[in-house]
Design a protein around this ligand. Structure first.
Ligand SMILES: [Zn+2]
Length: 200
């Protein structure tokens, strides 16, 4: 309990920096993240099944790496922190209309994978695009949703800026806002700041 309060207090401190102002809200935190690794390297693997998804996945990873993030996502063939994938979840899955979803390797809500309460994922986290909806999408929109889902895998929660297009990529209704807000598809400064808080 003490640990949880401490983490919450640190998170609040990070959410209220003295000198930085963002146009949109800075994402909060899921409460799970990957363990620190040497050189701030995190590992990702490509489990996509077609070029239309692998291109979007690579572009999303490149976006996180080329942002001013203080970590690097390195591609591996096994033992990844983040697995980028595509699959058919149908029109409705678990009562949700999913365009993208972040799950553990058993397709469970991923927070069950830091259940020992150390705030660290103890499994690979899988970021999915639902082919049911995304097959007819553009590469840039696929990239946007991958960037969003990878943000969840990193430990970022949703933002919810209403009635504005000054949004973080972690905006809860990014699928709709993407269309109406200039096809945003990259981590925004507030997303980078939140990720750097966890991995900087
Ligand atoms: Zn989301």
């Amino acid at each position: 309990m003490i640990k949880r309060i401490l983490v919450a207090a640190l998170a609040l401190a990070a959410l209220a920096p003295a000198t930085t102002a963002f146009a949109g809200s800075q994402p909060g935190f899921i409460g799970c993240q990957f363990p620190p690794s040497s050189g701030n390297d995190l590992k990702w693997e490509d489990a996509t099944t077609s070029v239309q998804y692998s291109n979007a996945a690579a572009a999303a990873i490149q976006d996180w790496n080329s942002s001013s993030t203080q970590f690097n996502l390195a591609k591996v063939n096994s033992g990844a922190n983040i697995r980028v994938a595509n699959g058919n979840f149908g029109a409705v899955w678990m009562n949700l209309e999913l365009w993208g979803v972040t799950l553990n390797t058993s397709k469970e809500v991923p927070t069950t994978s830091c259940k020992d309460n150390d705030q660290r994922w103890d499994t690979t986290i899988v970021t999915w695009l639902n082919t049911y909806y995304m097959n007819s999408s553009t590469t840039n929109k696929r990239k946007a949703i991958y960037v969003h889902e990878i943000g969840h895998a990193l430990g970022l929660a949703h933002t919810n800026d209403k009635n504005t297009c000054d949004i973080s990529i972690m905006q809860i209704d990014i699928v709709d806002k993407y269309e109406t807000c200039g096809k945003i598809s990259s981590p925004q400064p507030e997303d980078v700041a939140a990720a750097n808080y966890l991995y900087g």
